[in-house]
Structures are given as C-alpha cells and as structure tokens.
Unconditional design. Structure first.
Length: 365
C-alpha cells in the first residue's frame, strides 16, 4: 500500500446510517479515530437527523437530505473550528444520527391505585392503563438532555421516564376531574387530551412530543366490581316480587321434567293458585304452607315356593300373618334391605308375630 493510499484511508468521505431495529432512537457514527474529509458526503434519510458534536459542544444539525460538508453549510462548526473561508482541512467530530419517526404501541399503566372522591360512591381507588407513541421533535435537545455520550440509545431507555411523567399527570387529572366512575368510560378521549396537554411542557424539555395518547381502561378494585355487579343485577331484576314469581314458575317447569319431583310440582302449583298475583298487579298475601305429605309406606315382597309375590303393604302382611300365609320363617324383602331375610328377623315386622297367637294345642292335650 502506498503512502497516498494510507493517507486516503484515514479520511472519511461517506457518512450514512440505515436502521432495521425499529427501536433505536440514537446511533453514533463510528469513525474509529479517522478524520472526516472536508467535502465528504452526508446522507440523512427521511425520519432521521444528523447531529454534529465537536469537542463536547453541540454543533450543526442536519435534516433529511444529501449534503457536501463544506464551510458554507456548517456555520456552527466553522465558527468552533475558527475556519477561514475556503479552508479545506479534515476535522474530527462525533456524529449522532437521531431517528425522528414515531415509536408506536408503547404501554403505560398505574403501578398503584389512584385515590379519588367519586360523587356517587365516595372514596374509591382507580387503576388505569393504555398506550402512547412518542417522537423526537428536537434532536439537539434530546441528545444533550437525555442521550449524552451513549453510542446507541433505544426507546426502552427513555420510556420508563416518560411513563412516570404520564402516570403522575393521569393521577392528578383523574383525581380532579369530578367525573363519576360510571361515566369515565365515556370520557376517556377528553381525559386523554387533558393528560397530553399537561405533560407536553415536561416532555418538550426532553426534545420529545407525544403524538398519540390513549386511555384504554379505568377500573375499580375487584372487590368493588363484584359489589357493583350485584347492584347492577338488582337493577335489572326490578320488582323482586315479580322476579320471585317468575323464578318459581321456572323452577316448576324444570321440576316437571323430573318424574320424581311430581309431588313437589303439585304443591308449588297449589301455592301459585292460592296466590295468583297477576304480573301487573300488587302481590297477594302468601298462602299458608301445605302440610308435608305422609311418608310413603314400605312395600314388601314375600317368597312363596321359590316365587316372588307382592308387593304387599303392612296391613296385608298383618292379615297374612293371621291366616298363617306369613310366618316368622317366611322370607321377605323391601327396597333398601340387603337381600332376603326371615320375617321374624326384620324389626319392622316383628310386631306382626307378637300379636298372632301361637297354634292351638292338639286335641286331648
């Protein structure tokens, strides 16, 4: 390599930046100790700005376009370098590319509940969350106030600070809005505008703007929401007497589909007939409760010569015991009994045989 090639390699004559990360806000052009050639080409694409920093001082800021770095389009750098007109010496400066596009779908949310005084419910705790977008509006200010000497700065590094500013203002706006909790969902757009206006001066000090700010949800604590759901249910029910009648009618319809509940259906129907209470009229006095039905009598089966006979009720069994068709040794069975048993061993039938006289003595005894 010749001396001329070596010297030409020390000069930078093309400066540009292409980004495909989607979250990089600032990127420092690395010159690795090389000097920038006077007359070098600087490419600044749409959505970018190029900021020159010379010996720690902010110099020129270039908006999108193609530039030939000369003294006539670098007024601040020319002043800092004390260049005379037409001086073509190379120079060493740091060049920062700043993305000026929107960074979208950034999230914010309240870490702790916001205490508010609701005109209807009294003191309540609210939580809120949403999304926003941000954009660099002043690359020079953003670089000096936030980035410093960071060679690569991403949106995550500033989003936390921006969220803190947002949450502080959303807390103030919600607490002072005077809007009832039940009406906040209909006013989220207006509340978002208030927050955006309130945070604009602070965000502008960072060289940023918030083009979009959305409040997606404002919620109460889970326990309060459950109570509110009950209150809403009561409002939907309306007249509790009518609702009770309707619920009873539905219960009877379901019970009618179950044959085992037929008796209960009859009782309920009787109660409804005693207290018709038309839907549009005042409720009638409740009829006295009907006495419970008598317990069902047990039905017994008797084994006779290897055949099952019956079922027989208790009165029939008593008559059979008197005629001798049922003895203590007769095998009997009823529902719920574990297999066939001798009648004399069944407690419920023991009384039948105690009342039956023993066989008479034989003649002449």
């Amino acid at each position: 390599m010749g001396i001329l090639d070596f010297l030409s390699g020390q000069f930078i004559d093309v400066i540009e930046w292409t980004d495909d990360t989607r979250d990089t806000m600032v990127w420092r052009f690395e010159r690795h100790g090389n000097e920038i050639k006077m007359g070098a080409k600087l490419t600044v694409r749409e959505g970018q700005s190029a900021v020159f920093v010379h010996e720690g001082q902010l110099a020129d800021v270039f908006t999108p376009g193609l530039y030939m770095l000369e003294t006539n389009n670098m007024p601040i750098m020319t002043s800092l370098q004390h260049w005379s007109h037409g001086f073509q010496s190379p120079f060493k400066s740091e060049i920062y590319y700043v993305s000026t596009t929107r960074f979208n779908d950034l999230k914010w949310g309240t870490k702790n509940p916001i205490m508010c005084r609701d005109p209807e419910f009294g003191p309540v705790r609210l939580r809120a969350f949403g999304s926003y977008s941000m954009r660099v509006s002043d690359p020079g200010r953003f670089l000096t106030e936030i980035v410093g000497t960071d060679g690569e700065f991403t949106a995550d590094e500033i989003s936390m600070q921006v969220r803190n500013v947002m949450v502080q203002e959303i807390a103030r706006v919600l607490a002072s809005s005077g809007i009832p909790v039940l009406d906040m969902a209909a006013n989220t757009a207006d509340l978002a505008k208030l927050v955006t206006t309130a945070i604009a001066p602070t965000i502008a000090n960072y060289g940023l703007v918030i083009p979009e700010f959305y409040i997606e949800n404002i919620s109460l604590p889970q326990e309060v929401e459950k109570v509110l759901d009950k209150r809403t249910s009561m409002g939907i029910v309306g007249d509790l007497n009518k609702f009770t009648q309707f619920s009873a009618a539905e219960a009877m319809t379901r019970a009618a589909e179950n044959p085992a509940a037929a008796g209960m259906v009859g009782m309920a129907m009787g109660g409804m007939m005693m207290n018709p209470g038309p839907w549009g009229s005042s409720p009638q006095p409740a009829a006295p409760a009907a006495p419970p039905p008598p317990p069902a009598m047990a039905a017994w089966h008797v084994a006779v010569s290897g055949q099952t006979t019956g079922p027989f009720d208790m009165a029939t069994l008593a008559q059979m015991s008197r005629t001798g068709n049922l003895t203590r040794d007769s095998h009997v069975w009823t529902a719920g009994q574990d297999g066939w048993k001798k009648a004399g061993e069944v407690g419920d039938l023991a009384g039948l045989f105690a009342q039956t006289p023993p066989p008479p003595p034989p003649p002449g005894a």
